[in-house]
Design a protein around this ligand. Structure first.
Ligand SMILES: Cc1cc2nc3c(=O)[nH]c(=O)nc-3n(C[C@H](O)[C@H](O)[C@H](O)COP(=O)(O)O)c2cc1C
Length: 196
């Protein structure tokens, strides 16, 4: 069975660069035989959090939330493509993520961080690790870190320069790690119902 992987990206900026990394990951996971789908928070367009999905009476959540909840529940794994704003998480992606809780449980998640500088969004990556853990995902230890995001991928999302070469070299191990935990979690969910 092909792994159903949701790839989340959350910059709302007009001149956003991280979308290239998100597009690259969609293509790279596809090439491995997985079934990735990009969830672009800006395109989803949720408002600032008022009610979480679960706070709506059953069947009364807005259609966008309902549709996204279904996709999250059906996914085998998640990838968070995260930039860094002032050492923190991008608010658009955090806002989307906070709309859900139980929908995330019992699946692995991986973090791909990036930034304009050489630290490649490392601070945001660390922040996401705790957030995703709190939301019931099992965060794999492999990470992707892309520095100099403006030059690491060209406009088509193809790796370029040293940072792009490093990304292309690191991706297979990152994907192998996620695939192993994805299969493990799927088998275990089939074998034993999650405890809550
Ligand atoms: C508000 C803001 C804060 C930023 N803070 C950081 C930072 O703390 N560390 C860093 O390496 N880059 C920082 N940058 C540069 C971003 O890494 C770079 O602009 C990147 O392209 C942002 O992702 P996006 O283009 O997908 O929105 C910041 C950029 C913005 C707009």
């Amino acid at each position: 069975m092909a792994d159903r992987i949701l790839i989340f990206y959350g910059s709302y900026r007009s001149d956003r660069q991280g979308i290239r990394l998100a597009d690259y990951l969609v293509r790279a996971f596809s090439a491995r035989g997985a079934t990735p789908e990009l969830i672009d928070a800006r395109a989803v367009g949720l408002p600032m959090l008022d009610r979480m999905y679960k706070e709506y009476p059953k069947g009364e959540a807005p259609a966008t939330l309902e549709e996204l909840a279904g996709k999250i529940r059906a996914a085998d794994a998640f990838v968070f493509v995260t930039g860094e704003y002032n050492w923190g998480q991008q608010p658009g992606l955090k806002n989307l993520t906070d709309h859900f809780l139980e929908e995330w449980f019992w699946r692995p998640a991986a973090i791909a961080s990036y930034s304009a500088g050489r630290l490649a969004g490392a601070h945001a990556s660390v922040a996401w690790h705790g957030t995703l853990t709190e939301m019931g995902m099992v965060v794999i230890s492999s990470t992707l870190t892309v520095g100099g995001i403006g030059h690491a991928l060209d406009a088509t999302g193809a790796p370029s320069g040293d940072a792009g070469a490093a990304l292309a070299k690191t991706f297979p191990r990152f994907a192998d790690d996620l695939a192993w935990w994805t299969e493990a979690a799927r088998e275990q969910r089939a074998r034993v119902a999650p405890p809550y």
